[in-house]
Design a protein around this ligand. Sequence first.
Ligand code: THU
Length: 127
Amino acid sequence: MNDRDLVKLANDVRRLAYAPYSEFPVGAALLCADGTVVTGVNIENAVNGLSLCAERVALFKAISEGKREFVKIAVSCQSDHCRPCGACRQVLHEHAPKLEVLMGNPQGDYTRTTIAELLPDAFTLEP
Ligand code: THU
C-alpha cells in the first residue's frame, strides 16, 4: 500500500474512535512487513489513565495477530500533521526501531519522519 493510501486509511478509521471525553478522534494504519495493514483508533475510558492511543491499539492488535515486523505507520487526527505521543513513541520504538511515521491531517496531507527521529537515544535494555 502506498503512503497516500495508508494516510487515507488512518483518516477513514478515525470515525470508529471511542473518544467521548476528549472529542479528539485519532486513527492509525500500520503497514506490516508481510504487506498487511492493521488499523487502530483511540479508545478512552471514564477512568483517567486507562485510555489507549490509536497507534498502540494498532500495534497491539498486530502483535496479537502474530505480526512481528513493521514498516510504517500513518496517524491522523483533526489537527495538522498528527504527532504520536511520547508513550506511543517508546512502544513503537521497542517493536520497530526503523519504523517510518506518516503524520497526517484530515485532507490526507502528511509529513514523513521516522521513529528514530521522533525518539532519539531511546531507552532499551540492550547495552
Ligand atoms: N491520542 C492518540 O490516539 N494518539 C496520539 O499519539 C496522541 C493522542 C489520543 C489520546 C486521547 O484519546 C486523545 O487523543 C486526546 O489526547
